[in-house]
Design a protein around this ligand. Structure first.
Ligand code: GLU
Length: 393
């Protein structure tokens, strides 16, 4: 691979190249790559496609070395486990898919750890359930773990925790899970590697005149109609879940693309211009998240802060307990609270990292004392700057 490969993030921050309306991969800073079961697991043999995975790991290493954060959402636990357990073809009963996932996930985690490890990267496994992305409290936990892994330059490898997820509480497909993860991690790009090259005007298997749509600027009824149904028993997501994923991603400020993963080095191929479908967002992840905080949450309390803290917030810092003078309201960790300056004016809102009772104990105190005050270690900020929106934002 050339040194100035299209995969290496450029020093600039603009993904768009002047020659093309489509972004190049070089400008993205945080990329989620979703790998479908049918790419990873051989349908006939039930075993892993090792060579393909190694080639993908090489692509990931290239992005990673270039400075991008990379997260992997990997399917395949059920597909791997069902063969080992000798389960029948076709749709599995819930308890069988849970058992298959239990067996397959161990193998999947080991394989990712090996292929990434062999290329100098550390894999960290995260298994999530629907509640981890949909309930604010747990959302903050999952996001903090992902954030910390990325700070440490590890590659989070994420799947749904299919061993405990029942039908009412599961995503069931990793397309939407990957989109939630991407917005949760404030990723700027989600790549869905699939067994089709993208969205076609009609199902290509049925219509020889079907054309690939390179760019979807907005998802409307026409686009949804093109998606049809089409999921197989082997992997769950069809085009419909991919369009759902695109809606989640683009509303959350993440660009998304669907590309053919059946080729070797699929990410390099995208960077070199292989056909794919882009879904562009008009927003960016931080703005989208801030909009969500500012608009959709009912504040549950107020934090009155001192002048020094107000200044620090305006300079882009997090709110530390030391700057808080008074705490009002009954709120829980993850709730939205209003931040007021010494004159009582609202200067912003944010998601609090502590329950009201703990915030009262911590108010005015140094972050180093958190452990002795609460009897356990805690986050140093009461509201992290990424979880805060200021009046002027
Ligand atoms: N989480 C499932 C698995 O690992 C896959 C879901 C999907 O195929 O999208 O087997």
């Amino acid at each position: 691979m050339r040194l100035n490969s299209p995969l290496s993030p450029s020093s600039g921050t603009q993904p768009a190249t002047p020659a093309s309306p489509l972004p190049s991969l070089g400008g993205f800073k945080r990329i989620v790559i979703k790998v479908g079961s049918s790419l990873l697991v051989d349908r006939q043999e039930g075993g892993l496609k090792r060579l393909w995975l190694e080639a993908l790991a090489q692509d990931i290493a290239f992005l990673h070395r270039g400075g991008a954060d990379v997260l992997v959402v990997s399917s395949g636990s059920i597909a791997l486990g069902r063969t080992v357990l000798g389960l029948p073809e076709g749709n599995l009963r819930l308890e069988d898919s849970q058992a298959a996932a239990a067996v397959g996930q161990i193998a999947l985690a080991r394989i990712w750890s090996e292929v990434l490890g062999d290329r100098g990267m550390t894999a960290g496994q995260i298994l999530v359930t629907l509640g981890d992305t949909e309930q604010r409290r747990r959302y903050l936990n999952a996001r903090a773990t992902i954030g910390r892994l990325l700070d440490l330059r590890a590659v989070p490898v994420i799947n749904e925790n299919d061993t405990v997820a029942t039908s009412e509480i599961r995503y069931g497909d990793n397309d939407r899970l990957a989109a939630r993860v991407a917005t949760m991690a404030s990723a700027d790009l989600l790549i869905l590697l699939s067994d089709v090259a993208g969205l076609y005007t009609a199902p290509p298997s049925e219509d020889p005149d079907a054309k690939l749509i390179p760019l979807v600027p907005r998802i409307n009824a026409e686009i949804e109609a093109m998606a049809g149904g089409a999921a197989s028993a082997f992997s769950r997501g069809g085009m419909r879940t991919k369009i759902e994923a695109a809606k989640i991603a683009t509303t959350g400020g993440t660009h998304m693309l669907i590309a053919d993963g059946r080729i070797m080095h699929p990410v390099t191929k995208i960077a070199e211009g292989a056909p794919c479908t882009w879904f562009l967002t008009g927003s960016n992840p931080v703005t989208a998240r801030k909009k969500w905080i500012a608009g959709s949450l009912e504040p549950r309390g107020v934090l009155h802060i001192d002048a020094g803290a107000a200044q620090a917030l305006c300079a882009g810092r997090s709110l530390l307990p030391a700057g808080v003078q008074r705490v009002e309201g009954r709120f829980s960790r993850g709730d939205c609270v209003v931040i007021r300056d010494p004159q009582g004016a609202e200067i912003g809102r944010g998601l609090t990292a502590y329950d009201a009772s703990d915030a009262i104990l911590l108010a005015g105190r140094n972050s180093q004392d958190i452990e002795s005050l609460l009897g356990m270690p805690g986050r140093s900020a009461l509201i992290h700057r990424d979880d805060m929106v200021l009046a002027g934002d």
